[in-house]
Ligand binder design. Structure first.
Ligand code: FAD
Length: 224
């Protein structure tokens, strides 16, 4: 197969994965256009724990400091018994820093998403298009034409599907059965800091472990 020059990449999906890829491409001087199904790109979600290896990714993307500024840095992570509250296991964040060079951070997904989106738009204000739902693509040896529900099309050498778990791009290209619900459910809630239960370990993010469920608490935002 002849080599194809990739002068621009289309990324379908403006979530954490799509925006991270867009930023990585821009930082390597490859133009990118992101198409997102949602009518507006907004910072939705709840807590995400960013481990040291994830933070190395943020360093490569040039946004580690910006993400750290909107994150909290827990003193430790620990697991406790659901019935008694007894601490079963714990890991000081300082240990992670000593062994992996960086402590873990806790960040609201919306804040992480906003930092990535701002960085992509700083590089190219026209890079991200909302209200573009991928529906189909046609490809030949040199290019791919992506089609959206609003009638728009775009032709580029390379398209990446970053449209999440139930990826329409993956289904279109590879077919196969749709994603199947496995019965596991995660509920998320965001509480103001003062309403959250106090952790038994000061400044720690506890995970409460029970027979059929676990409850993870993430202190998001720039908590001192
Ligand atoms: C709204 C939302 C809130 C979340 N909140 C949390 C959280 O609080 N904590 C946590 O740990 N994880 C959360 N996640 C999951 C986490 O962000 C992702 O699982 C993980 O970051 C993987 O990212 P991704 O970019 O592969 O997928 P996603 O984050 O799922 O992003 C996929 C993007 O593709 C878009 N998309 C889907 N179909 C199409 C289509 N046909 N055409 C164009 N665009 C399309 C979606 O709207 C979405 O923006 C959330 C995800 C979403 C979408």
């Amino acid at each position: 197969m002849d080599a194809v020059t990739v002068d621009r990449v289309v990324v379908v999906g403006g979530g954490i994965g799509g925006l991270s890829l867009a930023l990585a491409l821009q930082r390597r001087d490859i133009a990118v256009t992101v198409y997102e199904r949602a009518g507006e790109l907004r910072g939705i979600g709840a807590g995400i724990v960013m481990q040291p290896n994830g933070r190395n990714g943020l360093i490569d993307l040039g946004v580690n400091d910006a993400v750290a500024a909107v994150s909290s840095c827990p003193t430790a992570v620990h697991a406790c018994d659901y019935a008694t509250g007894e601490v079963i296991a714990g890991l000081p964040n300082a240990w992670l820093e000593e062994n992996f060079g960086l402590p873990l951070l806790a960040v609201h997904r919306g804040d992480l998403h906003s930092v990535l989106l701002a960085a992509v738009r700083d590089n190219d204000p026209a890079a991200v298009h909302a209200a573009h739902e991928f529906v189909a693509l046609d490809q030949d040896a040199d290019s791919v034409t992506v089609r959206f529900a609003n009638g728009a099309t775009d032709t580029v050498p390379l398209v990446v599907g970053a449209d999440g778990n139930g990826s329409a791009v993956r289904s279109f290209v590879f077919g196969g059965p749709p994603a199947r619900f496995n019965g596991q459910v995660a509920f998320r809630a965001v509480l103001p800091g003062e309403a959250a239960p106090q952790s038994r370990v000061s400044g720690s993010s506890p995970c409460t472990v029970g027979p059929a469920a676990t409850c993870s608490t993430t202190r998001c935002g720039a908590v001192s």
